[in-house]
Structure formats: structure tokens, C-alpha cells
Design a binder for this molecule. Structure first.
Ligand code: F3S
Length: 292
């Protein structure tokens, strides 16, 4: 088998920045906690916990901790709670997510109708919609668009990690329900670059290995992109999930990884695949010897 890596994969700017901020906070604060998992990667979250930075989900239970806000950001109620409870704040919100929050906040303050395109349960969308103070619609599917009322003018803001192709489809459908539409192209370049690189590689591969948290939206999207290109696709979190059988009768295998997947996990996957490759080659030689 031949193993290829996607041209762009792994940690994006916002996640790397959040990791650096959290690691620094772990060194400088005895009582740092993250509000929700820092990023959507269970292995990274476990590492931080081992360094004394646990995850908390309820700010009301805290007393004197320093709270790290994750890359997906939070709504105004969280900042208010931190202030009221006199808790420390280390803000690792990705600047591109912050931009989505600010655009939304300003549009609502100017009396505009906001339509958010994104996953309703995704923390970024929850944080952005909170900045819209209940005055926005969230659409994730074509069915959601069907349920929208007619708009004189719709202002669209898109989740930074949403699928480029699906966002285009939804924008088309929203524009048919609005006299006028204005779209803020807020899908982050890191997301579109990783999807594009995965697409280009998957087109030429028999099998694609997509590495990243099972709870990571952008990693899930990469797996979807690879499947759409016809490659047999496996979404794994760590090298432990790799199976030699996947590569037995396949020649070209590609690797890609989500924006929240650290380099050490990608490297481990690559090395284990190389080992499996050698084992498969040995099995072939033994088979030939037995036949001979
Ligand atoms: Fe930020 Fe884009 Fe990464 S929004 S967290 S740089 S995928």
C-alpha cells in the first residue's frame, strides 16, 4: 500500500491558539478549569485534565477558579456569571468565532433579521445565537429553511466550521424565501482548506483515514467529503482503532485530520499504518513462499 497525507490537515490557528492559552494557564494558575471541553478532541481534553485543568459544565458550582473559555466561544450570560461570581477569566475564543458573534450582535442591534446557518447543537452556534438575544433563526437543513417565514431582507451568518457545499445549497433556498439576502461569508478558511485538501486526496485514493474526535463537527465533515468522493472512509480518534484488514486489498490510502486533531495523534496513526504496511508485505512474501 502507498500512504499519502492531505496537503492541509490537523490543528487550525484557533485551536492551536486555544491550546497554547490553556497550557499557559495550567502553568500560571493552580485552579484553572475549562468551561466545556476546550476543543472537540477527547485525548487533548484528557491530557489537560492530567495537567490539572478539568472540564466544568456548571459555572454556578465554582467559587474561586479561573475559567478558560474554549475556542467555540460563549454567550453574554456566561461573561455576566463570571463577573458576578468574581471568577478569573482566560478567553480562548477563536478570533473568527468572535467575529461571527460581533457581526450577529451588530446586525440585531441595527434591527436586521439574522439567519444563522449551522448545527443547532454546536457550541459555536449556541454562543452566536445567544449574542442575537433570541432574534435569529438557525437553519441546518433544507427542512429548516422550509419552515422559515418570508423575509424582506435576510442577513445570513454561517458557522465557521460548516460544510461549504451545504451552506451554498441552504443560501440558495433562503434567497428564494427573501426579497433580498445579504450573506456574511464566515466559513473559516481553515475549514474550507481542509475540506478542499481532503476532497483532492480522496479522489485519488481507495481508502481514506480521517483522524479526529467523534464529537468534532469539522472532522465529521471531512469524512463526509471523502465518502462523497467514493473513497472507503474510516473515521478514527486514535491509532488503536486502525485495522490491518482495511488495507489488505487496497493500494492507495490517504490520511486527513480535523482542525482539532493534534500532530502527535496524526503522527502515531501514520507510523502504525507504516507498520501495518510492512506486516502486510511480509504476509504476502510468506504466502508466495508457501505457494512456491
Ligand atoms: Fe477558528 Fe477556524 Fe479553527 S474558526 S477554531 S481557526 S476552524
Amino acid at each position: 500500500m502507498e500512504i499519502y497525507k492531505a496537503k492541509v490537515m490537523g490543528f487550525c490557528y484557533g485551536v492551536r491558539r486555544a491550546m497554547n492559552i490553556a497550557e499557559k494557564a495550567a502553568e500560571t494558575h493552580d485552579n484553572a478549569v475549562t468551561f466545556g471541553p476546550l476543543i472537540h478532541n477527547p485525548q487533548v481534553v484528557s491530557r489537560l485534565e492530567a495537567r490539572g485543568v478539568p472540564v466544568v459544565n456548571d459555572l454556578n458550582k465554582l467559587n474561586n477558579e479561573t475559567v478558560i473559555i474554549r475556542s467555540h466561544g460563549v454567550g453574554p450570560s456566561c461573561y455576566n456569571t463570571l463577573k458576578c461570581k468574581h471568577l478569573g477569566l482566560v478567553d480562548a475564543t477563536c478570533p473568527f468565532v468572535r467575529r461571527n458573534q460581533e457581526i450577529t450582535k451588530k446586525l440585531v442591534a441595527d434591527g436586521k433579521q439574522v439567519v444563522l446557518i449551522g448545527e443547532k447543537k454546536h457550541p459555536e452556534m449556541k454562543s452566536v445565537s445567544e449574542w442575537a438575544v433570541g432574534k435569529s433563526f438557525i437553519v441546518e437543513t433544507m427542512e429548516d429553511v422550509d419552515k422559515l417565514p418570508h423575509f424582506e431582507e435576510a442577513h445570513v451568518v454561517i458557522q465557521t466550521t460548516f460544510s461549504v457545499a451545504l451552506a451554498d445549497e441552504l443560501i440558495g433556498a433562503i434567497s428564494r424565501k427573501s426579497d433580498k439576502i445579504s450573506v456574511h461569508k464566515t466559513i473559516c478558511a481553515a475549514t474550507s482548506e481542509r475540506q478542499q485538501a481532503a476532497r483532492e486526496l480522496a479522489k485519488q485514493m481507495d481508502v481514506m483515514i480521517v483522524v479526529g474526535g467523534k464529537n468534532s463537527a469539522n472532522t465529521g465533515r471531512l469524512a463526509e467529503v471523502c465518502r462523497n468522493e467514493g473513497a472507503i472512509t474510516y473515521h478514527i480518534e486514535t491509532a488503536k482503532e486502525l485495522r490491518k484488514e482495511w488495507f489488505k486489498s487496497h493500494y492507495k490510502v490517504g490520511i486527513t485530520a480535523g482542525a482539532s486533531t493534534p500532530d502527535w495523534i496524526i503522527e502515531e496513526v501514520f507510523f502504525i499504518m507504516e507498520d501495518m504496511n510492512e506486516m502486510l508485505a511480509m504476509e504476502d512474501i510468506n504466502l508466495d513462499v508457501h505457494k512456491g
